[in-house]
Ligand binder design. Sequence first.
Ligand code: CA
Length: 360
Amino acid sequence: MNRRDFMTKAGIGGLALGSGLAASSAAQARAQFKWKMVTTWPKNFPGLGTGAEYLAKLIGEMSGGRISVKVYGAKELVPAFEVFDAVSRGTAEMGHGAAYYWKGKVPAAQFFAAMPFGMTAQEFNGWIYHGGGQALWDEVYAPFGVVGMPSGNTGVQMGGWFNREITSLADMKGLKMRIPGLGGEVLKRLGGTPVNLPGGELYTALTSGTIDATEFVGPYNDLAFGLYKAAKYYYYPGFHEPGTCLEAIVNKTALQTLPKDLQAIVKNACKVANQDMLAEFTARNPSALKQLTEQHGVQLRAYPADVTKALREVSVEVVADVAKEDALSKKVYDAYSAFLNASRAYTDISELAYLKARDE
Ligand code: CA
């Protein structure tokens, strides 16, 4: 039963105003909402797909079963890259993915997933929750009738898997690497060839030599995916995804149709899921990395200093170019850059200074 039905029924009862409201709120407390969540992940994909399942479970538990959310893996209801449209149309009330997938539709969305040499998870959450980021995200998605919210974060990803060593900037020239989005544009400007391939084709593409390298996520996901069998060198850090935010998108009408308490539950469940995914990656990446290096002979490598320097300089240009796409991208870019520059002043003398000190 939707809200209009029970509001009508409460009205038909011909009750006095006071008891009419009481009847209406009692009806609200009983109302059941069955939601669908479409996702860009294969069903139960470690960390990301399981994070979507966790969010659905949380919403069910926190609402005492008043909202039940059925999760669909990619292609089960709609293909991965149609998740945004499905939620916008109302085919599904919710979706789970990453905002950079929608850059063809709305370029400014990219700032709400990951930026090369951009914010870490900690900085991004500060921007979204307390630095004006959420209001901008709402503005970016408003024309589509959806609301985006953080509901997971991978933390700093890995640079990727290479079947040959990178010893200097010259080795980036001609490098065929699967690296989507802005990271791919950075590689291109350094003379490489970015290739976009779905996750399922990476292993074959690497072993056949179609590509020389691929980025993916980090040790936990990459171990599960078996990428160590296709390439030996594992480079860090993932300059292109320094704290990728996974988003929940909710159809605005579906959200506003919920009683206020259930709206709060959906929003706060996303906040809990956001924290939980980062905690899960933080807990699982170290043991996965150990397994990769100790059991599978993976060779860990840092990008050489000249490569890092070039990646950083080109990344700044690539991100600034997103601002040229349209007025809204410029507005979000300005806000993102202002927050990042301001937070760096403190991050440099807190997290960064502390981590360096701890390592000495
Ligand atoms: Ca990645």
